[in-house]
Design a protein around this ligand. Structure first.
Ligand SMILES: [Zn+2]
Ligand SMILES: [Zn+2]
Length: 459
């Protein structure tokens, strides 16, 4: 198909976009993207947004490739002893040239030149993933940052391990996964990195566009920082319980401010006119000795579910029934949930924290069950959420009463995604313990499977 006929299609028949969601980035996709949006369905609009992002990735890969090529030329000139480089090194020259050409600060240009070099020299597969629109620039930066300084050959091994799933992961999920891999491959490197960050610890102050100022402590020891945060939060919550009308975050900020100015804890709390309270001890959470559920079953079922729903989607498109998609996908997932009932109950009875029982006799799950659910999902089960599960509520996927308190009907949800679940058009179904399927108002779905890869699939 020539570019011209594509352009005509787009401008005359906007509905033609449907089914082009898969187009690889490049000149042809640019033409498709320049069509109007009015005639598109909801899924069509989301596809256009996703395609535009792929196109952006492609353009950013071109930008970085151009910068890398310029760096290569300057480095070659310098190596040949070009007298122009006696004052400014080849690298410095490129940074200045890029800063001027792109109208960015010297720091931003240096970051760009560095990233371009990493993609050209150490991370060829990541560069290709960006160019083909499978990952965006933020994910590219995460991969580059976390593999920087690793011994030769390791960055390639890390990218090979993470790129397949990276398209379905947020930057937070990707970062956690890379950390786990680097921890295995080069633990001493991670330690050195941490020591280096600690050496650069600082107290920084930034004026914000709102006219306020942020004050940030950086490079702290993790346990220490959490201990400080928990301690201040505990006092703030106590003040709140005693009738303080400020929101919790505001109390936290005010307390921290008082403390940093040298006020002691009881006085800092007293400044709000409320009796000081001894901060409760937060019990240490030992990351579970609980056995994780068999992840192979979950993965297999996740793939099966995705295939089945993809067929429903393809069929709906082929028969022009995309408007019925939310209904069709919901029905398919509910069918699956029902079909697995017998197996699920047997499995629960054999593996649950209460042996021989599928379900616990009360609304609140017992501690062992809570630990199992939190170990199964480290974070809120909404696909893009990074809220730690021990700071989430354990939500009954099917509400308590109709649904039971059991590993097959509980999952961590933060407040915000609890609301999402209850919003019109959204559905969450757990066909197997730990396997959660989200259905969006436009009839797309996301499968959240096990923690290790936490990606599931967006469709
Ligand atoms: Zn169960
Ligand atoms: Zn959440």
């Amino acid at each position: 198909m020539t570019a011209l006929t594509v352009a005509e299609d787009v401008h005359t028949e906007i509905g033609e976009w449907e089914g082009r969601g898969w187009f690889p980035p490049g000149p042809q996709l640019a033409i498709c993207l320049s069509g109007g949006l009015d005639g598109l369905s909801d899924t069509g609009l989301l596809e256009v947004a996703a395609a535009a992002r792929r196109q952006t990735s492609w353009a950013q890969a071109r930008e970085l490739a151009a910068v890398a090529e310029l760096s290569r030329r300057r480095a070659a000139d310098e190596a040949e002893g070009d007298p122009d480089y006696r004052i400014l090194s080849g690298y410095e020259s490129v940074v200045e040239e890029v800063a001027a050409a792109l109208t960015v600060t010297g720091d931003a240009a240096a970051t760009l030149v560095h990233l371009a070099g990493r993609l050209a020299d150490d991370l060829p597969a990541t560069r290709e993933a960006l160019e083909t629109g499978r990952i965006d620039l933020s994910k590219t930066r995460v991969i580059s940052d976390l593999t920087d300084g690793l011994p030769d050959g390791l960055p390639e091994r890390v990218e090979a391990a993470v790129l397949e799933r990276a398209p379905d992961q947020t930057t937070g999920q990707l970062r956690r996964r890379i950390r786990r891999i680097v921890q295995k491959l080069a633990p001493e490197q991670l330690e050195e990195r941490k020591r280096e960050a600690a050496r650069r610890r600082d107290l920084q102050v930034w004026d914000t566009p709102d006219g306020t100022t942020d004050l940030t402590l950086t490079g702290l020891e993790t346990t220490e920082a959490h201990a400080i945060f928990n301690k201040i939060s505990a006092v703030a919550r106590a003040l709140k319980t005693d009738g303080d009308l400020r929101p919790l975050h505001a109390i936290r900020a005010d307390l921290a401010k008082e403390l940093l100015q040298g006020t002691s804890y009881p006085e800092a709390a007293h400044a709000s006119g409320v009796q000081p309270v001894e901060p409760p001890r937060v019990p240490a959470v030992t990351p579970s000795t609980v056995a994780l559920p068999d992840t192979t079953i979950v993965e297999t079922l996740a793939k099966m579910a995705d295939q089945r729903l993809s067929k429903v989607l393809a069929h709906a498109r082929a028969t022009g029934r995309t408007n019925a998609l939310p209904f069709l996908i919901n029905r398919a997932v509910r069918d699956m949930h029902d079909q697995l009932r017998g197996l699920r109950e047997t499995w629960c009875q054999a593996t649950g924290p209460t042996p021989g029982r599928h379900g616990h006799n009360a609304y609140r799950p017992p501690a062992a069950m809570r630990r199992l659910i939190e170990a199964r999902h480290e974070t809120c089960v909404f696909p893009t959420c990074n809220r730690r599960s021990n700071r989430c509520d354990l939500d009954h996927t099917v509400p308590w009463g109709q649904g039971i308190t059991c590993q097959c009907n509980l999952a961590p949800l933060c407040r915000r995604h609890h609301r999402t679940k209850q919003s019109p058009g959204w559905t969450l179904i757990q066909p197997w313990p730990g396997l959660l399927i989200w259905i969006t108002p436009s009839g797309l779905w996301h499968i959240t499977a096990r923690e290790e890869d936490r990606t599931g699939f967006w469709r």
